[in-house]
Design a protein around this ligand. Structure first.
Ligand code: AMP
Length: 326
C-alpha cells in the first residue's frame, strides 16, 4: 500500500516539467527538512525540470537548511504540480497560491481532518513527514539520486519531530531510514551543534523562563511571554516560542504550556506532554497537532486560564487512571 503511494507520486512527478513544493506556516525542522530534502532529490534526479520550494515564511531554528526559491508568476503555477508536505489543513499552507497549481499532492503524518489533493498520502502513525520522504527516496532508489545535503535535511526533520526518537516512534521504521540516511554522509556533530548551540541572550531568556514558570495543582507547568519580555530579551517570535522546551523535564509535570503573545494581540499556545494526549485540548482552542505536541491560539487572559484549567483537569484524570508516569 505505502509502496504504491511512493510509486504513484513518482509517476506523477515524471509527468510535470515544473514542480512547486510547499509546507506549513511557522515551519519546524520536519516541514523544512522534508521539503528541502525532496527538492534536492528531485533536482539531482531531474536536472531538466524546474523544481522550486516556495513559501511565505521561514525558520531561524533550521536556517542552516534554508535556501528557498522566489515566487513565480500565476502562469507557472497553472502548469505546475504542487506538492504539500507536513501540512494537515490547507489553511496552514505557507504558500497561499497553492490552489493555482494544476494538481496537488498531499504528503503528511498529521490527523487527516481536512483531506485535500488529488493524490493524498497520509499516514498518521508516521513519526515524521521526513520519514515518509526517506521512504519515497528508498522505494524509488533505482530511479532517484540523493546527496549528503538531502540526507541531512531529511535526517534533521526525523530527529527534531521525534524529540530525538522519543515521540511517536512505535516501530523500527524511523531507525531503519535514519540508518540508511546516515550512510549517505551526515555530519552528526555539526548538525547537533546547529540544533543545540544557543546564544548568550537565549541562555539569559531560559533563566527568565525557569524563574517565571508556574505550576498548577495537578502539575501543568506553564509560562506566559508578553511582547515586552520578547523585546527585553531581543527575541523574535520563534526564539521566544522556545520557552516551551525549557520546561520539558519537570518530575510529575506531564503537561507543559508556553503562551507567547503574537503581534496581533492573540496569544500562541504551544502544548507539550509526556504520556498524556494534548491535541484534544488544542483542538478546543483553534488548534491541533500531535498527541504529545500541539499548537493553539487564545484571544484573552480568560481563554488562557480556561485552557490551563482544562489541561489541569486532563492531567488530574490521567494521574488518577494511570500508574507508570514520572
Ligand atoms: P507548535 O507548538 O506550534 O510547534 O505545534 C506543535 C505541532 O502542532 C506541530 O506539529 C504543528 O504542526 C501542530 N499545530 C500547531 N498549531 C496548529 C494549529 N493551529 N492547527 C493544527 N495543528 C497545529
Amino acid at each position: 500500500m505505502e509502496k504504491k503511494y511512493t510509486k504513484i507520486i513518482l509517476d506523477k512527478i515524471k509527468e510535470y516539467d515544473s514542480i512547486i513544493i510547499m509546507r506549513h506556516t511557522r515551519p519546524d525542522g520536519d516541514a523544512v527538512g522534508s521539503t528541502m530534502g525532496l527538492r534536492q532529490i528531485l533536482r539531482l534526479s531531474y536536472p531538466e525540470k524546474k523544481i522550486r520550494l516556495i513559501n511565505s515564511d521561514y525558520s531561524d531554528y533550521v536556517a542552516f537548511l534554508e535556501n528557498e526559491d522566489k515566487d513565480v508568476s500565476d502562469n507557472i503555477y497553472k502548469k505546475s504540480l504542487g506538492i504539500v508536505i507536513d501540512t494537515g489543513d490547507v489553511k496552514r499552507i505557507s504558500n497561499k497560491k497553492y490552489g493555482l497549481c494544476k494538481e496537488l499532492i498531499k504528503i503528511d503524518h498529521h490527523i487527516d481532518h481536512s483531506p485535500y489533493g488529488g493524490i493524498s498520502w497520509v499516514e498518521e502513525e508516521r513519526a515524521s513527514a521526513c520519514e515518509m520522504i526517506a521512504q519515497f527516496y528508498f522505494d524509488n532508489e533505482k530511479e532517484l539520486k540523493i546527496d549528503s545535503f538531502a540526507a541531512t535535511a531529511i535526517y534533521t526533520g526525523m530527529i527534531t519531530d521525534t524529540g530525538r526518537f522519543k515521540y511517536g516512534v512505535t516501530n523500527s521504521s524511523p531507525f531503519t531510514y535514519a540508518g540508511k540516511l546516515m550512510d549517505l554522509g551526515i555530519d552528526v556533530e555539526l548538525l547537533y551543534a546547529y540544533l543545540y548551540a544557543q546564544s548568550f541572550d537565549e541562555m539569559k531568556y531560559k533563566a527568565f523562563v525557569l524563574r517565571n514558570m508556574k505550576i498548577t495543582e495537578n502539575g501543568v507547568a506553564y509560562v506566559y511571554i508578553s511582547r515586552a519580555t520578547q523585546k527585553k530579551y531581543g527575541l523574535n517570535h520563534e526564539e521566544a516560542s522556545n520557552c516551551v522546551s525549557y520546561m520539558e523535564n519537570i518530575k510529575g509535570s506531564l503537561i507543559w504550556l508556553g503562551f507567547i503573545d503574537n503581534e496581533d494581540k492573540t496569544t500562541r499556545v504551544r502544548l507539550r506532554s509526556r504520556f498524556v494526549t494534548v491535541n484534544e485540548i488544542a483542538e478546543k482552542y483553534s488548534g491541533g497537532g500531535h498527541a504529545r505536541a500541539s499548537g493553539a491560539t487564545v484571544h484573552s487572559k480568560e481563554e488562557m486560564n480556561s485552557l490551563i484549567a482544562l489541561a489541569d483537569e486532563t492531567l488530574k484524570q490521567y494521574k488518577k487512571k494511570h500508574k507508570s508516569w514520572i
